[in-house]
Design a protein around this ligand. Structure first.
Ligand SMILES: NC(=O)c1ccc[n+]([C@@H]2O[C@H](COP(=O)([O-])OP(=O)(O)OC[C@H]3O[C@@H](n4cnc5c(N)ncnc54)[C@H](O)[C@@H]3O)[C@@H](O)[C@H]2O)c1
Length: 398
């Protein structure tokens, strides 16, 4: 396929966030450019204008395209001729800033790849959804775990009925890095994640349970009905939850659990999901992402390895691989798969074709709203002694 057909050129990327000392911005730049379909052209890399500009050479961004703020960037880029200006904006800043940056980018006509949770609160998410619906932009949310080949494989197996009816979805995202009050030591990533003014109403649940919940929705397509949740801050002085469990009732009668922890000794980035169907069960772990375990009673357990040439691989599973089996692929490649799917849509849009904003292989603005609804209802339920509250889903939204 020609480069970004039918556009037939690289897409020009702008990065917001990612300045010196930050985490995920660099991952966005690597993932977006991994397949040579995009080039990082412009950036507003930090909340501090000087640092924003001084971080630009680290990314090879020219001085003329290194901006002191996202406002200046959108303004400057909008004034450039069409064949020079950026095509999309990637947002890798703390949660409280996502909404304003994303809304301004969409209103300026740029495609957006926004990190999760999509916004600070649900009201912002609903408002952003409306803005996106009133535009023709491509809007992706970087729930990057959906990009793993064996996650897409599992999804296709489940949606084609191989597991039978889905009865249970257990996902957990277990970390240990906030076991101590790291925020009191001014550690950058801990400081804003534990600050309700920057993180939002939830801590661990906003930061990582959203990924675990999204993964269950993505892999099964089963529609949620209601949720009951317990959240707790175990570390003294912490203002937001660092541990919690949600129980979910699904419309088809299935039950789910989502557990998130930031305080489990020795646990690194252990996102795991198990799905029980009437005909079989599946298990996938992001710390060992090139294996998917399929089990049926009375039969030997099967380990599916990530092998693009194996006859057991589905189209979307094989299509998400870059390397032959046994050559480990992981975080960057999966992140890049979210980007490549969004690029297909961006190229179509640039060529004047109509794109579907809802039915996409990459997580989109509707998934972003679902994530925010999940966070809000978990926080509200926990505050009300784990009361059962409704859990709306994207299909119910026009
Ligand atoms: N998808 C994932 O796997 C994943 C992983 C980590 C973080 N995240 C999400 O990515 C976002 C950033 O997290 P992080 O850990 O990289 O944070 P970080 O604190 O390491 O970096 C944030 C960067 O954003 C910059 N920034 C803040 N406000 C800005 C503004 N108004 N304009 C321009 N730059 C601004 C900061 O200066 C910093 O460079 C969060 O929303 C987080 O939830 C997602």
């Amino acid at each position: 396929m020609a480069l970004n057909e039918p556009l037939n050129r690289k897409l020009r990327m702008a990065l917001v966030g990612g300045g010196a000392g930050s985490f995920i911005g660099r991952v966005h730049s690597i993932a977006a450019c991994l397949d040579n379909r995009a080039v990082l052209t412009a950036g507003a890399l930090s909340s501090n204008p000087e640092r924003a500009k001084s971080s630009a050479p680290d990314y090879g961004i020219a001085d003329s395209r290194a901006y002191g703020s996202y406002e200046a960037m959108l303004d400057g880029e909008s004034k450039l001729p069409e064949d020079e200006r950026i095509d999309f904006v990637s947002i890798a800043t703390p949660n409280h800033t996502h909404f304003e940056v994303a809304r301004a980018a969409v209103e300026a006509g740029f495609n957006v790849v926004c990190d999760k949770p999509m916004t600070f609160d649900l009201a912002q998410a609903e408002s952003l959804l409306e803005t996106v619906q009133n535009s023709d932009v491509v809007f992706a949310v970087s729930h990057n775990y959906t990009g793993y080949p064996l996650v897409r494989q599992a999804r296709e197996m489940i949606l084609s009925g191989e597991l039978g009816e889905i009865n249970a979805i257990r996902s957990q995202y277990i970390q240990g890095w906030l076991r101590t009050q790291l925020e009191a030591e001014d550690q950058k990533q801990a400081a804003w994640r534990t600050d309700p003014a920057k993180s939002g109403a939830a801590g661990a649940f906003g930061d990582i349970a959203t990924h675990a919940y999204n993964l269950g929705r993505y892999m099964t397509g089963v529609l949620p009905d209601s949720v009951s949740c317990h959240l707790k801050a175990f570390v003294e002085g912490r203002k937001l939850d660092d541990y919690g469990t949600a129980v979910i009732r699904y419309e088809n009668g299935a039950l789910g659990t989502v557990t998130a922890s930031q305080i489990s000794h020795g646990r690194e980035n252990d996102l795991e999901i198990e799905i029980d169907g009437t005909k079989g069960s599946l298990r996938w772990r992001q710390e060992n992402p090139n294996e998917l375990i399929y089990r049926q009673n009375g039969k030997a357990h099967q380990i599916y390895t990530r092998d693009p040439n194996a006859e057991y691989m589905t189209g979307s599973g094989a299509g998400a691989c870059r390397l032959p089996s046994g050559h480990p692929e992981a975080f960057f490649e999966a992140f890049a798969n979210v980007y490549t799917a969004a690029f297909d849509a961006m190229a179509k849009r640039a060529a004047g074709e109509k794109i579907d904003q809802r039915d996409t292989i990459y997580p989109n603005v509707y998934d972003g709203v679902e994530g925010m609804y999940f966070i809000q209802q978990c926080v509200n339920s926990s505050a009300d002694n784990a009361a059962w509250l409704p859990l709306k889903h994207a299909a119910a939204r026009k």
